[in-house]
Design a protein. Structure first.
Length: 151
């Protein structure tokens, strides 16, 4: 059974900058520690990725999977789901919701629902989810804030 988890973070950047980093999948291995490969395998007509293949190596957890992406017109929401079960995941659904705070910062809410193929005790799964989400949000914040202003 999949549990839904959600966390948020404030990033010192406008929503457009945040969504730019989120949507630049090919560069994920540069700033997502466990990400070994990220390849856009299919795009929509507007050039945004519709399917992305990821190779993850987090030591005890390795996986290769494809996510299918959908976007709000203004990129305030980026959501995805697992295209097909992988070696370790039966399903995955997630989203980033990006809201301007009116002061040059944005609040990003990361929601994730994963059903694993392997059994894991509830308390260990929740701890792993929290660590994954904390790391993802802090890495996103660091990447966005260290990019500098647009050209």
């Amino acid at each position: 059974m999949a549990d839904i988890s959600s966390q948020s973070i404030v990033i010192a950047a406008e929503p457009a900058r945040v969504s730019e980093v989120i949507c630049d999948f090919a560069r994920y291995p540069e700033w997502v520690e466990a990400m070994r490969e990220a390849e856009v395998v299919e795009e929509y007509e507007d050039g945004y990725a519709s399917q992305v293949r990821f190779v993850l190596d987090a030591g005890v957890l390795t996986d290769e999977y494809v996510l299918v992406y959908e976007y709000a017109d203004d990129l305030s929401r980026v959501q995805w789901h697992l295209a097909a079960p992988s070696r370790t995941q039966k399903s995955q659904r997630g989203s980033y919701d990006i809201t301007p705070n009116g002061d040059g910062t944005s609040t990003v809410v990361y929601t994730l629902e994963v059903e694993l193929s392997v059994a894991m005790l509830g308390m260990f799964r929740r701890k792993a989810e929290k660590m994954i989400m904390d790391t993802a949000l802090k890495s996103l914040k660091r990447r966005v804030e260290n990019m500098g202003s647009p050209q």
